[in-house]
Every structure is written in C-alpha cells, then in structure tokens.
Write a protein that binds this ligand. Sequence first.
Ligand SMILES: *Cc1c(COP(=O)(O)O)cnc(C)c1O
Length: 235
Amino acid sequence: MHTDLSIPEKLYALQERITKISEQYGRATNTVKLLAVSKSQSDENIRIAYEAGQRLFGESYVQEALQKQEKLVDLPIEWHFIGQLQSNKAKLIAQHFSWVHSISSLSIAERLNQYHSGNLPPLNCCIQVNIGNEKTKTGLEPEQVQAFARHIIHLPNLHWRGLMTIPAFTSDVSVQRQQFSKMKELLATLKLDYPWLDTLSMGMSGDFEMAIAEGATILRIGTAIFGVRVYTHVC
Ligand SMILES: *Cc1c(COP(=O)(O)O)cnc(C)c1O
C-alpha cells in the first residue's frame, strides 16, 4: 500500500481490492466485511475513516478504546474487541463493545455473559483458534473447539457467531491459504451442530487475499488503512 495516500484514499483502494478479490474467488456480493483495526490510531483518524464510510472499528486495548469511544460518542460506530482478554477487563468490554473476537477461556466467556446487559442485544462472539499450533499464540487448539462450544451456547447474553484466528505469520501465500482452509473446514464441521454460525474473522493487511479465498467474512485490517502503527497505547 502507498504510504503517501490519505486515509480515505487507502480505504477506497482497499475496498476496491476486496471487491475485486471477492469476485475473483466467487464470493457473493457483500459477504466480506471490513473491520478497520484502529488500535494506536487517534480518534481524529477514526473520524476521518468514518466520514469516508467506514462503520466497523476494532480495538485491542480497553482503556485506549474507551478514551476514543468517549470522543466519538456522536458516531454510530460498531465497536469490536479483538485483543487479549483479561478477566479484570471483562466488565468494561461487555459494556462497551458489540463484538468480542478473541474468546478462548470459559471463565472469561462467563464473565462477559454476566456483565453484558440483558436489555441489549446479545454480545456477538467468536472463538479464537490457534490454527498455526504456535506455542506463543492464544486461542484454542482446533480439537478443543467442540467441547468449548457446548458450554458457550448456554450463555444467554452471548451470541456465538463463529471463529477467529491470527495464523502463524508467513509471507508464503500457499501456507497462508492452508491455514485459512483449516479454519473454513472447522467452521463447516461446527455448522452441522450449530447452523446459525456465520462468521470467520480472519485476514489482516498482509494475508487478506487468501482469507477471502477461504471464506473470511470479517477482515481485520489496520496497516493498509492507517499506515504503520506507532505504539503508544496504555493498557
Ligand atoms: C493489529 C491486529 C490486526 C491488524 O493487523 P494489520 O496487519 O495492521 O492489518 C488484526 N487482528 C488483530 C487481532 C490485531 O491485533
């Protein structure tokens, strides 16, 4: 991506690429959503992206997100939490986000369920899967997902929508595709028991083409919209 372009220009270029790639891989129109990952970005940059038509934003750090949400209360943004979950932050997350992509602990799922208001629509959730079998990555192993699912479906304030992954990093597109393909298969298997599942949250700036090819429904993209991140977050 060109770094000399403005945020709206990068966003439009990205949208066009997503449309083109979706057509190329036979994906039905509007089945691939773009989540703009705005961690480390200012509220001003989020506002610029919003004015260019972007509606879904993803954040990884709770305090940082809440500060920005406060400055952007006038905008009907759909906020997604995509970062590591800590149990002491579950209450704030349950109250300030409509989606949580990164669930891999039952105790945290229970806390989110407990703190999410029953008066609101249920909190949309994805189970995070460690598809690359990396020791350092959070997320369930693929074999653990079925057992986890049997518990999460009983939490009334959570609406389990599907799976999320951050695959093992590689610039080899065939390896990228293999990992995303495993996610697609895992979701297909789960859908036999849970037919409402409709979400595969996968694909970032460096690998979204293969994610689209393998059925991603939410791309989580930061760098290709906002440029390279400078880390200044407060946890
Ligand atoms: C930062 C982040 C992204 C976005 O990554 P880019 O490479 O900047 O597009 C996506 N998903 C998660 C979970 C992230 O933490």
